[in-house]
Design a protein around this ligand. Structure first.
Ligand SMILES: Cc1ncc(COP(=O)(O)O)c(C=O)c1O
Length: 403
């Protein structure tokens, strides 16, 4: 089936309707612009969606990662293990704290850290280096779930704290090894999980992020870190000298202004209300891509999926054997752009960026290199139709036929 050329299809974008706009307008007409009742509403709603005990929302996924690393007290001399494939913020958050990172390799077909990659890294490190590790951060890439149970077993053996970067996986659920259905974000196998609500993600807040946890002490620390380390609750004040004046608050640790606003949260609440329909649409479009791309499987395949996982992807990543098709990725991307099909690459291995290259030198991470050499994200967003998916796959077929 051939369908007409749509207007430019970006690889990802937000879907907003009149209810979203009205929700923001209502807040703009109210008394609170920054952290007020709508932030609380958003946090309660997200907590119910992901099934964690606590949620601290904040200004971005990057802020969420930084806060999570700060909440663990990371500092100079500490190390965090991260996968070589992720958005740079996964590693940067640890570096903001003055800590260093170790990069594991990843599965070349999913882009995700496996238990065997962690064991290989441990094997390559000196005992002192292993001792310096404070935390490990897994990434649930492109809506799939990493080997979180197996990796959490290793982490517990070494007494590492566990963070899961779930910025890509809001709405994903999976079965654990006991057959229990779990939501990404419920922190069953992590101390904290981290989300982003950037417009290309599953829900959009403009900018926004959150940390989920089941640990009350971590939650309380995250709330302080988000707001300059300021404690307003008299019961928690350090100073006990006399009756404090009414304007009194205490700065108990060095925090940031990573607050979420009521304006953003209004959009977040309204978008969370649509999450079930967003999930349904994204899964339908994913299934259409899967079905149509099966005919091109000699050259193109979707990233591998995790058993027992019902993924909600905000990205539809395919792996293309550019050598086998005899066309460079640059030319392939340009040919698709000429047909109004936008693409992006998620991600360049983090260790290959100049900052990390200069700091840690060249690393041999063959799985990450194989993944990166083939990865391309095709358009996937809620305003797309199945015809748009047919159009994208038709254009890919035409490019392949023309070779
Ligand atoms: C895996 C991952 N981690 C962290 C982030 C950072 O989120 P934000 O853009 O909201 O700061 C992103 C965003 O692209 C991401 O994809």
């Amino acid at each position: 089936m051939t369908v007409g050329r749509p207007k430019y299809l970006s690889y990802g974008r937000q879907f907003l309707d009149d209810n979203d706009i009205q929700a923001v307008v209502d807040v703009l007409r109210g008394d609170w612009l920054t952290t007020g009742p709508t932030v609380q509403l958003f946090e309660n709603k997200l907590r119910d969606v992901v099934n964690s005990n606590y949620v601290t929302s904040c200004s971005s996924g990057t802020a969420a990662l930084h806060m999570a690393y700060m909440a663990l007290g990371l500092g100079q001399g500490d190390r965090v293990i991260v996968p070589a494939i992720s958005f740079i913020a996964t590693a940067n958050g640890a570096e903001f704290c003055g800590a260093d990172v170790f990069f594991t390799d990843v599965d070349p077909d999913s882009g995700m850290m496996r238990a065997r990659d962690v064991l290989k890294l441990i094997n390559d490190l000196t005992p002192e280096e292993v001792n310096s590790v404070v935390a490990i951060t897994m990434v649930n890439l492109a809506g799939e779930v990493a080997e979180i149970e197996a990796i959490s077993v290793i982490a517990r053996q070494y007494d590492w704290k566990i963070i899961i970067d779930s910025c890509h996986a809001l709405g994903t659920s999976y079965q654990d090894s006991k057959g229990v259905k779990r939501s990404v974000g419920d922190c069953s196998f992590a101390h904290m999980e981290v989300f982003s609500f950037h417009p290309v993600k599953t829900i959009a807040m403009g900018e926004g992020g959150a940390v989920t946890t089941n640990d009350k002490a971590l939650y309380e620390k995250l709330c302080l870190l988000r707001n300059h380390g300021m404690e307003r609750d008299p019961d928690k004040w350090v100073s006990k000298s006399g009756t404090p004046p009414p304007w009194y608050y205490e700065m108990q640790l060095l925090g940031y202004n990573y607050r979420q606003s009521d304006i953003h949260s209004a959009l977040g609440v309204s978008q969370l209300n649509k999450l079930p329909s967003f999930m349904e649409t994204r899964q339908r479009l994913m299934a259409k891509y899967d079905e149509l791309l099966a005919g091109l499987s000699d050259y193109i395949k979707p990233i591998s999926t995790t058993d027992g996982c019902s993924a909600t992807r905000h990205l539809y990543v395919v792996l293309i054997d550019f050598e086998a098709i005899g066309m460079s990725r640059i030319n392939f991307v340009a040919a698709l752009a000429a047909c109004n099909v936008g693409t992006q690459v998620h991600y360049i291995p983090i260790n290959a960026h100049p900052y990390y290259l200069e700091k840690y030198g060249e690393l041999n991470r063959p799985g990450a290199e194989q993944y990166y050499a083939r990865a391309l994200s095709l358009p996937l967003h809620v305003s797309m139709s199945e015809d748009d998916v047919i159009y994208v796959v038709d254009q890919i077929s035409n490019i392949l036929k023309g070779l």
